[in-house]
Design a protein around this ligand. Structure first.
Ligand SMILES: [Zn+2]
Length: 175
């Protein structure tokens, strides 16, 4: 049985690419229950651990480097740019897991649905009342946002929530 590397340099000796991502997955997969995460451990190298969207992943330090967090697998989780912008930067290492678990609570648990579910919740709209044609029309009126920290371009859930509400309003006015 392979012993588990606890440092990045330890992993580099044993794997081909020695990536921080492989090291973090290897470290956490036996320590954190995947049912509380946005992804299964088997796919944690391609799916955001918080939102469960298949996106390119960023190295997120659990305790930020600026307040003494180390660049070790034990201090790293993999998040998409959007979740990285929102994740807590505090000295309490348990907070990241509490944050992820609370974000997952009550969600479908399916991949690539989280941000849509957040937008739908925020809109207060009954999904059955949404016409797809109206929604598409209103989504064309929504701008993209460049993340402050990451520079990644995303459509915010609050913008999608507006499109959902507007499409229901206009659909009803037309009926
Ligand atoms: Zn994410």
């Amino acid at each position: 049985m392979l012993s588990e590397p606890t440092t990045l340099s330890g992993l580099k000796r044993r794997t081909k690419n020695g990536s921080w991502l492989d090291a973090a997955v290897l470290y956490w997969r036996t320590r954190v229950y995947e049912g509380d995460l946005g992804c299964d451990w088997s796919e944690a190298d391609k799916v955001c651990w918080n939102c469960g969207h298949c996106r390119s992943l960023q190295k997120c330090h659990i305790i930020p480097r600026s307040i003494g967090g180390e660049d070790e697998p034990s201090n790293i989780v993999a998040l998409c740019a959007q979740c990285h912008d929102l994740s807590p930067d505090v000295s309490d290492e348990s907070e990241i897991w509490r944050w992820i678990k609370s974000n997952r609570a009550g969600r479908s648990g399916m991949y690539n649905t989280y941000w849509g579910e957040v937008a739908l919740e925020e809109s207060g709209v009954d999904p059955a009342s949404v016409s797809l044609a109206e929604l598409k029309k209103h989504l064309r009126l929504v701008g993209e946002h460049v993340g402050q920290l990451t520079g990644r371009i995303r459509i915010k859930p609050s913008s999608v929530a507006w499109a959902l509400r507007s499409s229901v309003k206009e659909g009803a006015a037309r009926a």
